[in-house]
Design a protein around this ligand. Structure first.
Ligand code: NAD
Length: 398
């Protein structure tokens, strides 16, 4: 019988048989989920020999939910995720037409999932546009709630935009072209510091070398500049004995975690030119969004990129690709993104051996050259196999 995962004093309390809700997803989601679950169960079995096991709990969302219970996002699903704290999901169809809440946005708000975490690393054999793609191995912590994504935005010529422009012009002498669209970029000390603290805690926990704060503070001094300043401040205040700034580390870091910062545009260049100098990256929402996809492209694209939305005591892991509807039910697409999202989930829960074993299995499967069509068509000499056969191949290499 499964038990609930708990969270107390800033730590996960994970029973040996945790109940974990899953949403299999639309389109190719069921094919991918079936394969992923096989890999998760087989790996947990191999690593813990029956002592530990996940008790999967299906919850509905998307098309399947709409067909079965008449809602795209049933309250029961939200309740189950809130109760069990940690969940994993496949891709969902975004219904065209207004009035339907997005699951991702709803969960993010409801559970305050303020960190979007995207590990980006290379798997040997995957075609990449870079000469040395293996040099990139970063984990990006993107702030998930604030910044220009806060939704405070008004259409050009609207009464709201005109009122904001009128206020800023009259009150503060701001120069804004009349009739402009207006967006607001709120960034708080609280929101920035809890994100940076999460990145630092992660880096310390898994033994990473550095955390880089990525900001455009040279131009946006108070928002992005604030992010930089508040980031250094929290490192100093909460992690003084275990961190050192880059400038102080000139005399040697003494085994401590190095905290540094880069201006956003320079960071894009650095990731291409000197990728091995970066490890954990903490960024405000927009910078993090752009960097995540650019970094994923460097190691061979989004097909294998996992993601997690994590708050304090709640986490939802997911594929970063969509439903690929034209391949639905064909047992054809790559399950790698959901499988690696699962590895992230196990790492978050402290089942590190499972996370490592899954990554090893996936790496071995790719090196063996028996891969799904998306990789096979780009890898000379590779053999195309189905989603389920790829999963079996991963399990063999665990
Ligand atoms: P998509 O990611 O589904 O497809 C883009 C391309 O990538 C297609 O050529 C597709 O065949 C390919 N592809 C995607 N996943 C693949 C996999 N696992 N293996 C191999 N090839 C893969 O994006 P889209 O076509 O823009 O969107 C389709 C649907 O998915 C839409 O309803 C969209 O709203 C939804 N979507 C959901 C999420 C999510 O739930 N997180 C994310 C993006 C898109």
């Amino acid at each position: 019988m499964g038990e609930r995962i708990d969270y107390r004093d800033g730590r996960w309390r994970v029973p040996d048989h945790p109940i974990i809700p899953f949403i299999e997803g639309d389109g190719t989601g069921p094919d991918i989920w079936r394969a992923s679950r096989r890999v998760f169960d087989a790996t947990v079995g191999k690593v813990y020999g029956g002592k530990r096991q996940v008790d999967w709990l299906e919850v509905l969302a998307g098309e399947k939910a709409f067909k079965q219970v008449g809602h795209w996002l049933p309250d029961a699903t939200l309740d189950a995720i809130r109760t069990h704290r940690v969940a994993i999901k496949g891709p969902l169809t975004t219904p065209v037409g207004g009035g339907i809440r997005s699951l991702n946005v709803t969960l993010r708000q409801m559970l305050d999932l303020y960190a979007c975490i995207r590990p980006v690393r290379y798997f040997e054999g995957v075609p990449s546009p870079m000469r040395e793609p293996q040099k990139l191995d970063v984990v990006i912590f993107r702030e998930n709630i604030e910044d220009v994504y806060s939704g405070v935005e008004y259409r050009a010529g609207s009464a709201e935009a005109d009122a904001v422009i009128g206020f800023l012009t009259e009150r503060f002498g701001a120069k804004i072209r009349p009739g402009s669209a207006i967006g607001v970029k709120p960034m708080s000390k609280f929101g920035s510091q809890r994100l940076v603290a999460k990145a630092i805690e992660y880096a310390l926990r898994v033994g990473r070398r550095s955390v880089t704060l990525v900001h455009k503070g040279n131009i946006m001094k108070f928002t992005e500049g604030g992010f930089r300043e508040w980031g250094y401040e929290i490192a100093r205040e909460r992690f003084a004995d275990r961190t050192v700034t880059e400038s102080d580390a000139g005399k040697g870091d003494g085994g401590r975690l190095v905290i540094k910062d880069r201006i956003t545009d320079a960071m894009f260049a650095q990731l291409v030119l000197r990728p091995d100098e970066y490890s954990v990256i903490a960024a405000p929402n927009l910078n993090g969004d752009l960097l995540s996809d650019a970094a994923a492209a460097q190691v061979g694209g989004l097909g294998l990129a996992p993601g997690g939305n994590v708050g304090d005591g709640y986490a939802v892991f997911e594929a970063t690709h969509g439903t690929a509807p034209k391949y639905a039910g064909l047992d054809k697409v790559n399950p790698g993104s959901v499988i690696l999202s699962g590895a992230m989930m196990f790492e978050e829960l402290g089942w590190n051996d499972v996370a490592t074993a899954i990554a090893r299995g996936l790496g071995g499967a790719i090196r063996s050259g028996r891969v799904t069509y998306d990789l096979a068509r780009l890898m000379p000499g590779a053999t195309e196999v189905s989603t389920s056969a790829f999963a079996e191949c991963i399990i063999e290499h665990v």
